[in-house]
Design a protein around this ligand. Structure first.
Ligand code: IMP
Length: 193
């Protein structure tokens, strides 16, 4: 059977998902000759994830999937949301994004937020979407060295430490991406190959 394309350039993400799949082999757009940045111009997380999956499917005609993630802060009307990576500018610097987020939440008592990941899978020409959500709150200062992105300021519900203070395994077990990937993997491990 042909390999399934995961529309990511992140080798950690690829490895993480591949480890959970029993009989499906994954590959990347780059290995299939798609080296340009895949456009993400939608104004929703669902839209971006779908846009990336369709981009691959239109060019390669193979089974493929793509993910997109955003941090949605309740007091900010869901921002940064789909703009999470570029919140503080095109440079996509995590540190600047966190600084802007903390500034925009200064004096705000409602610190509730959630991470949301949407994966779009195109399997034998049919689209499927899988969502993963983790609720939590934004701290007033950075804590921890692990993880990436907004991890140093996000405390998941039921915990009193940030994602950046957790080991990767504990984070993956409850995270937005971990949950979306679990739903994808459960589908792929049961679908007719
Ligand atoms: P992407 O869709 O996975 O590229 O994620 C978009 C942006 O959301 C990233 O640039 C990060 O800033 C943020 N993000 C995604 N996943 C996480 C996470 O697990 N922890 C913290 N930030 C994240």
């Amino acid at each position: 059977m042909k390999k399934t394309v995961f529309a990511t350039n992140n080798p950690n993400k690829l490895r993480e998902v591949q480890q959970m799949l029993t009989d499906i082999e994954l590959t990347t757009p780059a290995e299939c000759g798609i080296t340009e940045d895949i456009p993400e111009t939608s104004d929703t997380i669902e839209g971006n994830s779908r846009q990336k999956a369709l981009y691959i499917h239109e060019r390669l005609g193979v089974n493929c999937f793509a993910d997109d993630t955003g941090l949605e802060v309740y007091a900010l009307g869901g921002a940064p949301g789909v703009h999470s990576a570029r919140y503080a500018g095109e440079a996509k610097r995590n540190d600047d994004n966190i600084a802007l987020l903390l500034k925009n939440l200064e004096g705000e008592s409602d610190r509730r937020a959630r991470f949301r990941t949407v994966i779009t899978l195109i399997w034998n020409g049919t689209e499927h979407q899988f969502e993963g959500v983790v609720e939590g709150r934004i701290t007033t200062e950075r804590h921890g060295e692990g993880g990436f992105g907004y991890d140093p300021v996000f405390v998941p519900e039921g915990y009193d430490i940030t994602f950046a203070e957790m080991d990767a395994q504990s984070k993956n077990a409850i995270s937005h991406r971990g949950r979306a990937v679990a739903a994808l993997v459960s589908f792929l491990n049961n679908v007719e190959k």
